[in-house]
Design a binder for this molecule. Structure first.
Ligand code: CDP
Length: 226
């Protein structure tokens, strides 16, 4: 059976990665969290105090960044490494979340990340989640899913996710970050977040993880079998 490309785009914190990871597992496909790449680049920029208004510094910094995804044998997840360091946990910090959408709007950063995403997907058999995967990275993908959920549901989910490591975090802070990123991601000039015309919409506000996976799997199997 011919492998296909499945793209999962959508708003911040609507469970794209969870669904995309499970879908890839069911199909024995590779799962790539493209947002992790923008987060890792942001982490590097924070650590090295890169001036976001200076294209030369940005290009110089990007030339020093090596990104790779490696399977973690303990949890079975494909985790992101930057310059030989597993940064999967560090990139989820609030400091990164607060800057990532600004970094992801930079032309040089997008060119750097998109080229690597296209290379990773060149053999197909991949599920990639992000903001512009169905519109800019793989416009020819066989199945495109656009995920969404209501704001209160998304805030609650991300709050629960962050709380164990950040007991001081407030719902208001999480909501502000989420709305701010949605605004920046959907209004930037290069590859803004939008639904591809041929994308299937999956609103999971009232779906369990099992229900959303079953729906996505049925769409995937239909595309794979035809
Ligand atoms: O927090 P959440 O899982 O919703 O976001 P993420 O997938 O980790 O992505 C973090 C940020 O990276 C987004 O808010 C976007 O600014 C940026 N991003 C992007 O511009 N293009 C992508 N394909 C993926 C992420």
């Amino acid at each position: 059976m011919k492998p296909i490309i499945i793209t999962v785009d959508g708003w911040s914190s609507c469970g794209k990665s969870t669904m995309a990871r499970q879908l890839a597992r069911e199909l024995s496909y590779v799962f790539i969290d493209s947002g992790a790449m923008y987060r890792a680049i942001t982490l590097f920029f924070i650590r090295h105090q890169v001036d976001l208004n200076d294209p030369q510094s940005i290009v110089a910094a990007l030339s020093k960044i090596q990104l790779a995804f490696h399977l973690n044998p303990i949890n079975g997840n494909n985790e992101i490494w930057m310059n030989g360091e597993n940064v999967e946990a560090s990139i989820r910090e609030m400091s990164v979340a607060q800057m990532v959408s600004q970094v992801a709007a930079i032309k040089e950063v997008r060119a750097f990340a998109v080229a690597q995403q296209q290379q990773i997907g060149s053999n197909k058999g991949i599920v990639m989640d992000g903001r512009d995967i169905g519109t800019a990275v793989f416009p020819e993908a066989e199945l495109k899913i656009f995920m969404t959920a209501s704001i209160p549901v998304r805030v609650q989910r991300r709050y629960q996710e962050l709380l164990p490591k950040h007991p001081q975090i407030t719902m208001e802070e999480v909501k502000e970050n989420l709305e701010n990123r949605d605004y920046l991601d959907s209004t930037r000039s290069i590859s803004p977040l939008r639904k591809a015309e041929d994308a299937m919409v999956l609103d999971n506000s009232h779906l369990t993880q099992e229900e959303q996976l079953a729906l996505a799997l049925s769409w995937a199997r239909e595309k794979i079998n035809h």
